[in-house]
Design a protein around this ligand. Structure first.
Ligand SMILES: Cc1cc2nc3c(=O)[nH]c(=O)nc-3n(C[C@H](O)[C@H](O)[C@H](O)COP(=O)(O)OP(=O)(O)OC[C@H]3O[C@@H](n4cnc5c(N)ncnc54)[C@H](O)[C@@H]3O)c2cc1C
Length: 391
């Protein structure tokens, strides 16, 4: 399949989902092959909101700039690193580190989506809001069954279908690409709420408790977002906040500026990211957890990998690109999740990292793809030694 071979269908590229992954794909594809017509279908109507911690890591911010988003004009707030606080120990523990280069960005999802929509419109992407994709019938999946806002159903032909339809991706399920579900006892969930208060730090704060974390992201000069992630049971925001005393103290007396918005289970396994002429992107392409706050960055990198593969006429390059991205993203996410499940080891790790802040910053540098994961290898024995001697 070459870029020119894509050009004979009703739509060259049809994208299911106008979230960050779908819109970034549209922009990357227009940049890589401007002759392709790209149409995005989303069942929702902007401004689209979603439960999210809303912190975009520096490498994700870089990708936004590259696809033409005017990052400086966003109503947003930069953050320069991460602080972990664990108050589940007798003596509260803290680890903090700064990013090696440019900052990350805290931005409300509605604002990010507005900016991506503006860029997509300027790039000549056709946007169809209120259009629900009902399925991809036919053996070759080159056809989308859609329902228009007036309720009429029709079929739309496309040479390439991009499924960027989120965590529960109906297209992924229909294509048989969904993997084994997470065991109920290990399922994790997320909920977010905003507060009208000036950020008290230029870092994203992560408050740790048993089976629960609270993320505080500055999203404007007068607003923060708080996302809570937890495992194993249904729970409400207030109830969870009870278990994070330091965060509860900080938020006492402040006004909520949004309604609670939750989702889960977070982990979604996939059997592959390409089937025929359909490619999965963003959360639809599989998701581990929000614990490292990089779903948006991964989606933005995947969008670039997909456009490179399409321009080269070889979708297998996309599969390889996703595997490459996964090696860093998945490895660190699984490691941090493991620390969450083992609080005694986590506290040792916190103490070890607090005693040598350079180590934590090295982890952050790998996390934001500033240096390759191999740069962690020389640090591992030192970390192990500190963990043993700090017990
Ligand atoms: C609690 C929580 C906190 C998080 N915190 C962070 C963070 O701080 N930083 C970070 O980078 N990431 C974070 N993430 C992850 C991030 O939110 C996701 O990775 C990101 O939203 C993925 O974008 P997407 O475009 O793939 O999916 P979505 O944003 O979910 O977009 C999917 C779109 O598809 C549309 N759609 C679905 N089905 C259909 C259909 N049948 N027809 C038409 N349209 C359809 C939907 O309307 C939606 O607009 C967090 C996630 C959670 C749950």
């Amino acid at each position: 399949m070459t870029a020119s071979a894509l050009r004979s269908a009703e739509h060259d590229v049809a994208i299911v989902g106008g979230g960050p992954a779908g819109l970034a794909c549209a922009l990357e594809l227009r940049q890589a092959a401007s002759e392709l017509s790209v149409t995005v279908f989303d069942r929702g109507v902007p401004p689209l909101d979603k439960p999210c911690g809303e912190g975009i890591m520096p490498d994700g911010v870089h990708r936004l700039r590259q696809i033409g988003v005017d990052v400086e004009a966003l109503h947003a707030r930069p953050f320069c690193g991460i602080r972990w606080l664990d108050s589940s120990a007798q003596r509260p523990l803290q680890v903090a580190g700064r990013f090696p280069g440019r900052p990350g960005l805290g931005v409300r999802r509605t604002e990010l989506q507005r900016a991506l929509v503006d860029s997509a419109q300027s790039a000549g992407v056709e946007l169809r809001w209120g259009w629900k994709v009902l399925g991809t019938p036919g053996r070759k999946h080159r056809c989308l069954r859609v329902r228009a806002p007036d309720g009429r159903e029709s079929e739309v032909r496309a040479r390439l279908v991009v499924a960027a339809d989120g965590l529960r991706s109906p297209v992924r399920r229909e294509l048989g690409l969904a993997g084994r579900p997470e065991a109920p006892s290990r399922q994790r969930f997320g909920v977010r709420r905003h507060f009208a208060v000036a950020p008290w730090t230029d870092l994203v704060e992560v408050h740790w408790a048993l089976g629960l974390e609270g993320y505080v992201t500055p999203v404007a000069d007068d607003e923060i977002g708080v996302a809570l992630l937890w495992s194993g049971r249904k729970a409400r925001f207030e109830e969870l906040l009870e278990e994070l005393p330091e965060l509860r103290r900080r938020l006492a007396g402040t006004r909520a500026s949004s309604r609670d918005f939750g989702t889960g289970p977070l982990r979604q396994r996939v059997r592959g990211v390409v089937r025929g002429n359909v490619a999965l992107v963003g959360d639809a392409a599989g998701y581990v957890d929000a614990i490292t706050g990089e779903g948006l960055s991964v989606a933005l990198h995947q969008a670039r990998e997909l456009a490179t593969a399409v321009a080269a006429g070889d979708l297998s390059l996309y599969t390889k690109g996703c595997r490459r991205l996964d090696r860093t993203a998945r490895g660190l996410t699984e490691l941090v999740l493991w620390l969450q499940r083992h609080p005694a080891i986590r506290r040792r790790a916190f103490r070890a990292l607090a005693g040598e802040p350079g180590l934590f910053e090295r982890f952050l540098a790998v996390h934001v793809r500033h240096v390759p994961p191999s740069r962690l290898m020389p640090m591992s024995p030192r970390l192990a030694w500190r963990m043993l001697s700090n017990g």
